[in-house]
Design a protein around this ligand. Sequence first.
Ligand code: ADP
Ligand code: GN1
Ligand code: MG
Length: 367
Amino acid sequence: MEGEQLLRQIIGEFDCEGTVEECIPYGEGHINNTYRVVCDQEGKKNRYILQSINGNVFKEPEKVMENIVNVTAWLKRRIQENGGDAERETLNLIKTRGGNSYYFDPEGTCWRMYYFIRDAVSFEQVKDVNDFYQSAVAFGRFQRLLADYPAQTLHETIPDFHNTQDRFCKFKEVLKKDPCGRAADVTEEIQFVLDREELAGALCRLQEKGILPLRVTHNDTKLNNVMFDKENRMPICIVDLDTVMPGLSVNDFGDSIRFGASTAAEDERDLEKVSCDLELYEAYVKGFIEGCEGALTEAELDNLPLGAIMMTFECGMRFLTDHLDGDHYFKIHREGHNLDRCRTQFKLVKDMEEKLEQMKAIVNQYR
Ligand code: ADP
Ligand code: GN1
Ligand code: MG
């Protein structure tokens, strides 16, 4: 079966209401395939999000789904206790007609369906500093809502996901093999990584020593994983829950800064345009500390700026690894896309390293 016919068959497996009218690719995620589905039910338009889970990235999609079923049920309870609207403030899965929360197609790809969060938008880049501040409050609050979640029951959906030291080792392995013969063209970027071996292990060491606590974190806190209300621009819901696992709060903070406090897109080719905007950084610091409602320890607060550098360095290193490896992990839309992405990240790392003292002073202003 091809394309649209296959999609219609898959949609038919789920308990959605009405006749399928539209199924179009949706969003800008680098990992999963996302579609917006519209079904017509006697004139009423029912909207859904259909996603295939990337089996190359998530080797055990059943475990991803078990986490999501449990985490969304937990969030739903918490939202209801707080008088919120659980239909809108967390993801809601649509079951299959057989009563499962996911469906494996004949090729072994795992599919899931969510209610579409209506009248909401996500942003690829910050347009208004207040949106960024609000996203920080939302990610901080998300962590608070999951603070007493039984972490031992969560599957590690991608082992060592933010183990930057391990990422460094994997980078060196791919570099050694150089399977596509691309290393010779990117010696500057390679050197940038090799010069930072010490940095790569910095947060891992603090975690091992027990200085930084393990918490239930989101682990992919990109701005486009927050849905905002179209009208009042308040954050409604955190999406992309595939990587909710035990992790470090400073990494959740850092990944948001990496993406949202940059003055340019993640794949901008003109590096002159790329820097870390300290006004945006400050707005996020303020919002995240508020959203965490006093739960961050002194050591966590001390290490927020390092989290920003680490997540940016790690992401750049992951893009470079994937470029050297032949682009098997992140979706690319042009030749050299991962290399372009890597370069923006390394430009940001350099800029943040220069601004580190200012970044620390900003945290001290709000702690
Ligand atoms: P990926 O893992 O590939 O990043 P996401 O789960 O983040 O995929 O989905 C991609 C985009 O689709 C998000 O950035 C968001 O804009 C949109 N999206 C995801 N889930 C929903 C939903 N339930 N309702 C409306 N939009 C959604
Ligand atoms: C991926 O799925 P998406 O686009 O939200 C990646 C993140 C990276 C990000 C870089 C599961 O996030 O870790 O930081 O791309 N997600 C996974 O933009 O690897
Ligand atoms: Mg996403």
